[in-house]
Design a protein around this ligand. Sequence first.
Ligand code: ADP
Length: 617
Amino acid sequence: MRAARSQLVVVWIVLFLGPCLALAAEPARRSILVLDQSEAKSAFYNAVFFGLRSTVSKASGEPVNIYIETFDLSRFKSELYEASLKSHLRTKYTDRQPGVIVTVGGEALKMALRWRAELWPNVPLVFSLVSEQTISRLNPGPDVTGSLVRLRFEDMLTAARAVVPDLTQLALVGDAWDTQTVYGDLKDEIPAATDGVAIIDLVGLPMSELRTRVAALPPRTAIAYTGIYSDGHDTFYSPLEALGHFADVANAPIVGTAETFVGPGAIGGFVMMPARIGQEAAQLALRILDGESASQIPVTLGNSVQPVFDWRQMQRWGVKESDLPPDSETLFREPGLWELYAWQMAAIVAVTGLQSLLITALLYQRRGRRAAEGNARQRMTELAHVNRQATVGQLSASIAHELNQPLGSIYNNVEAATLNLSSPNPNLEEIGAILHDIKRDDQRASEVIRRLRRFLTLNTVERHEMDLNEAVREVFGILSMQAAARDVRLHSKLTQQRLRVKGDPIQIQQVILNLVVNGIEAVSGASNGIREIVCTSWASDRDLALLSIRDSGPGIAPDHLEKIFEPFFTTKEQGMGMGLCISRTIIEAHGGSLSVEGRPNGAVFHIHLPLAQLERT
Ligand code: ADP
């Protein structure tokens, strides 16, 4: 029986004292009750709460319980609703007296102040998202602190001017001023702040009309958007959703008031940063939970409004970063190639730079080489000219002889014709034959002079197709008298084909002339035996024209074989030692080669030149 009674006592204790024990177990007053005027899913208010919660959870010390109540006051506003909320909260928090109340928004603050004495006497209050004007109107009383949000119409205008530099109109878009829970105070600032900018009032318009109006705004207009919650009737929006409904048709950039508008349609502006609003409120709430008195914490202006702009919208409206207000933050900037591929870009720039340097150096070098080549060609042409003059100088006796012969013959023929004419019966037939001979001799003399003149011109290098065999014949023509005078036979074994090479005829002739003159001189020195120069030409199967000039002279000593091509090497008393040097230079400049075989019974010089065209005659 005693046992039964003691069991009853335990049940009694559990039933009646249990709740009291549970209450005592909860950490006393280490909790925050957040009263939020918005609806639960609003992006902006979610960001406020996120900022608050993350600041609290990062703080050291004992854990803090956060309770949140969202009232949706922009859509539900009636005394009955307020009374039911109040009764609901009274019931809900009977056993959970918060350590501090945080209100989000002016309407939530007003409500909390009305309920405070009844529901939460002696619980300190921290407000957030409230303007200076609202606070001065409310006069919140003791144990209340908070940080203020300063939204100014003047800042809106500054932002509008930044995105439309020659701004003349500002179109205002938002809920009717008296229903605006956050921006209502801005209205009073408009008249003083417009400063030459005309206001286009689109406040409170139904969405369909608003879409039409924002699509046809005059040039040099910006839109200032404060937020649309309803069309004045029963259609409700979130301000973000409403922005999406007209931003796509707007023909002017939209300046916003909340960070959440930047990106989904607004270009930017001096916007409220919701996370920062939450952080500032949490910091104050934590100070109070840690023992500070709310009355001792002064109300200050927060740092939650900042110029923020959307880089993509800036591109669309042609706004440069330099146009933005000082300290503006630019969001959604697309990273440039440099930011995405920094080291790869650096490598490309380095390689391209090196390449350009190399190309510049090569071009410079090529220019220098070309200039040098041009100079060398010019020098060679002049030298070749001097060499021709010298050679012709050596030939002057035989040239004189060559000229004398036709001239003498002309003289004799004229005498014979004169005699014939002075006879009583002049033989006209014979006179005709004489005149024909005179004409022939005159042509011969003219031909000698023409050849020499052509040979002695200081030509600029002119390359065209020429017949190598023809050049040999021409040279033999020039040298025939000299060879005959020295009792040397000039013999040619030229190929039946025309040996077409691309070159300067005068220069090629000069080479052949130098080689044949050297040959004549070498043969002249020999006392006996065959005295001849043989010129042989043929085409190789490797597209080369070949010409060999062989003489029956003493040949060339092996140790002289290469020296003879050096400038000023001569074994002759009157020699200049330039002929072979010039000849090799000419042939090499034509893409060919000049070589020598120094046989004991005469020298053979070989000219190789690229064949231009091979034709059968
Ligand atoms: P130069 O005739 O004024 O001496 P070249 O350059 O024409 O100048 O010739 C250089 C030297 O090459 C000659 O002095 C001579 O010793 C040698 N040489 C050239 N051609 C022959 C040749 N056909 N036979 C033997 N020696 C030659």
